[in-house]
Design a protein around this ligand. Sequence first.
Ligand SMILES: Cc1cc2nc3c(=O)[nH]c(=O)nc-3n(C[C@H](O)[C@H](O)[C@H](O)COP(=O)(O)O)c2cc1C
Length: 399
Amino acid sequence: MRSVVLGVSAGIAVYKACELLRLFTESGHDVRVVPTRDALRFVGEPTWAALSGNPVTTEVWDSVHEVPHVRIGQHADLVVVAPATADVLARAAHGLANDLLTNTLLTARCPVVFAPAMHTEMWEHPATRANVATLRERGSIVVDPAVGRLTGADSGPGRLPDPAEIFEVCRRVLTGRAPDLAGRHVVISAGGTREAIDPVRFIGNRSSGLQGYALARTAVARGAEVTLVSANVALPDPAGAKVVRVETAVDLREAVVSAAAHADAVVMAAAVADFRPSRQSGTKIKKSSAEPDPIHLVKNPDVLAELGEIRREGIAPSPRVIVGFAAETDDVLANGRAKLERKGCDLLVVNQVGENLAFGTPDNAAVVLVAGGDPVEIPRGPKEDLADVVWDLVASRLA
Ligand SMILES: Cc1cc2nc3c(=O)[nH]c(=O)nc-3n(C[C@H](O)[C@H](O)[C@H](O)COP(=O)(O)O)c2cc1C
C-alpha cells in the first residue's frame, strides 16, 4: 500500500477524478484528496471523504496541530494533480503556496504527476506552455491532455485523459519503471475491421480494441511515440497517441504499412478480416421473397505477412520488431507456432478465445511465442499486464 495525494483543482473534468480515486483505492493505496477551494464547487467534500476514507481539507488552517501543509507532502509516495487547471500549473510553476495543495507540492519529495485539462486556448497559451516546460524541467511528469470534446460544443487538445490512462502513468511511477521506450516509435493496430456488404451491413468480428488500446496506453507511459491504427473502436483516444482511424482491412493495411516504414516496432493487435465480399451493393439490399444472392468472398491482404516480407526482402525501411496476435479456439500452441513461422514475425501473442477471455473483457491470458526463444506464459490478468510483458520483450529486442 502506498500513500498517494490526489490534488484536484477546479476544472470541469473534476468528476472524472472520482473514478481515478476509485482506481487507487481499489488497488489498495491510501489516498488523501487535497482539493482546491474552487474544485469543491464542482464536487463537494463529502464525496472525496467518503470515497477516500480520509479527511479532506483545502486550507492550511485546519488541524493545524498536525502541520498538514508540510506533513502531507512529506509522507506521500506520489502526488498526482488531476485535473490540473491552468491556474494550478501556474501556481506550482511559480512556487506559490496559498492553499494546502500548493503547500503540498512544495514539500513533496516524491514523484509528482500533473494531468492538465482546460480549453485549447488556455493549453496553447504561451504562459501555460512556459509553466508546463518549467514543471517538466524540474522533474514533474505532465501528461499531455487528450484531444476531443471539451466543455460545450468545443473540441481540441485539452481534454482530461481517461482516468485509466492517468492511473497507468501513476502505477508505473509507483513501481519505479524507467521510460524504456523513450525515443522509440511504435505502431499498434487495434479493434476489428469491417467489410461492407452494402451501405448498412458489414462482416465484422468481436474485437473491442481493449487490448490494442492497453498496448497504446502502456507504450505512451513507457515513453514511446505511438501511432495507433484504430479499426472501429468505441473507446476514448489514448492521450499522447496519434490515432489513425480505419474501417476495412485494406484501409488498415495502407495505414500500418506506411507508418511501419518509420517505426521501431509494430504490434498487430487488431482482428483483421481474412476475407471481404467480392462485390458491395451501392444500395441497401432489399428483403424480398426471393432467395438472397450468396455472398462471394475474396481474400484480404495479409498485413502481418506483408510486414515480414518487406523486412525479409529489404523492399522498404522496416521495423526491427514485428509482433502478431493470434486468437485460436483449438490446438492453440501448435497453430500459433505455425503462424509465427509462416508470418516471419518476432513475437506472436496467442490467445485462447472463449471462457470470458480475449474479446471485450478487461482481462486476458496468453502465451507469447518468441522466434528463437522460449515461450512466455502470461497468466490471466488485466490487459495492461499483458501489454507490459509484450513491451518488455520488444524493449529487450530493441536494446
Ligand atoms: C464551468 C467552469 C469550468 C472550468 N473549467 C476549467 C478547466 O477545465 N480548466 C481550467 O484550467 N480552468 C477551468 N475553469 C476556471 C477555473 O475554475 C478557475 O481558473 C479557478 O480559479 C481555478 O482554481 P484552482 O486552480 O484553484 O482550482 C473553469 C471555470 C468554470 C466556471
